[in-house]
Design a protein around this ligand. Sequence first.
Ligand SMILES: Nc1ncnc2c1ncn2[C@@H]1O[C@H](COP(=O)(O)OP(=O)(O)OP(=O)(O)O)[C@@H](O)[C@H]1O
Ligand SMILES: C[C@@](O)(CCOP(=O)(O)OP(=O)(O)O)CC(=O)O
Length: 438
Amino acid sequence: MKRTMIEMMADNNQFAGKAFLRYSGCFFKPRKTAVNNMQETSSQDVTMITCTAPVNIAVIKYWGKRHEELILPINSSLSVTLHQDQLKTTTTVACSRHFQEDRIWLNGKEEDINQPRIQSCLREIRRLARKRRSDEDLSNDISLAHRVHICSVNNFPTAAGLASSAAGYACLVYSLSRLFGVDGELSLVARQGSGSACRSMYGGFVQWKMGERQDGKDSLAEQVEPESHWPELRVLVLVVSAERKLVGSTSGMQTSVKTSKLLKHRADCVVPGRMEEMISAIQRRDFAAFGELTMKDSNQFHATCLDTYPPIFYLNDISQKVISLVHRYNQHYQDTRVTYTFDAGPNAVIYTLEDHVPEFIQVVRYFFPPETNGGEFVKGLPVGPASLSEDLKTAIGLEPVPKGISYIISTKVGPGPCVVEDPKLHLLNPEGLPKKST
Ligand SMILES: Nc1ncnc2c1ncn2[C@@H]1O[C@H](COP(=O)(O)OP(=O)(O)OP(=O)(O)O)[C@@H](O)[C@H]1O
Ligand SMILES: C[C@@](O)(CCOP(=O)(O)OP(=O)(O)O)CC(=O)O
């Protein structure tokens, strides 16, 4: 089967231990190229820009909306932005007076551009661009009437509970904002693509303040601390399954809001205090406090899923084994050294400190023996060797589950969206169509 260039790039780039693209945090002027359109044999002006955006994993979970269309949550939430050297979305956006219609390609396949959430992001960015131009009377050579072509790839599984929608919509909004020269509070726009996407607009430790206003103007993301704040913090994504999940976050949380009294109690009485405690734990770099709150909040989120009617099960038996393993590991050391959190899927995200990574990886390898010739078990940041004491194995005392975990992505805290400077890395060709392999 013929594979597109995009698919090949996504494969080659999967979890590479080094950056695939060069980044810059600063403003990048969209590049305008006069190219020859082969089909129409006429000259065509295409302006394009490529950006990348990170995944974020919440330690205080968002679950439940008070307004579906505007995506306004019933509680505030807080997340850690993961490093793009391991997990990222790359998006190229292009516009031209010759494009007939807006179009989007996701992971090599054309998708429906009329999806309401994509439309919300496009509409909001165009509105901001229009406003900026009338406010500042700027003459920009990119007409707002021009249609856009969007091409995006995730270098990790899509819709598998690895926050693809967060990175995806953050990247879409950031790229469009650079194309149209829009500044301002872009997390307000990303939020309207997917709630958790607003947190991917910043690096480091990020809170999404739920806000109070009906128009959602105060429901936005704010950086609590930058990515440099806690350099020892490490993240291990234990991939149990890369399958599409059965119940999506959007519909799952709708049912929870309708049916779970526990969710209402959580939002009204538990999360406000936890947000304050979590921010303080992060500011103090207090891993024990951070870890305990993270585990409790993940457990409460999954309890609200179970309290939903009919119940939603995102965790499976492997997830439950990981939970036991972490508690027994910490118990053995009489210290919270490792913490877990689970989103809407069975994959565990482990936070720990650099010093504990080699031993904990060995523990995972011992209790979930990987396939002997099944490829790399640990991808991403290199992990040093470690040996396991018999005492530790006995203290954990679980029955090993061969191949229970497919692979581990080893990463750390990272920066927010970036512009890719190298034009060779655009995902669209000069005609504004996805690059094809020859
Ligand atoms: N790169 C992208 N660009 C635009 N949209 C994307 C991108 N990646 C994913 N999406 C959108 O997000 C959807 C997946 O979101 P969904 O919430 O089901 O899964 P997830 O984000 O991987 O998991 P979770 O939010 O539970 O962690 C996709 O079907 C697609 O519509
Ligand atoms: C469990 C979560 O990952 C839920 C994420 O939900 P989404 O942001 O994917 O939902 P929508 O706003 O409907 O797009 C928890 C979190 O990231 O805070």
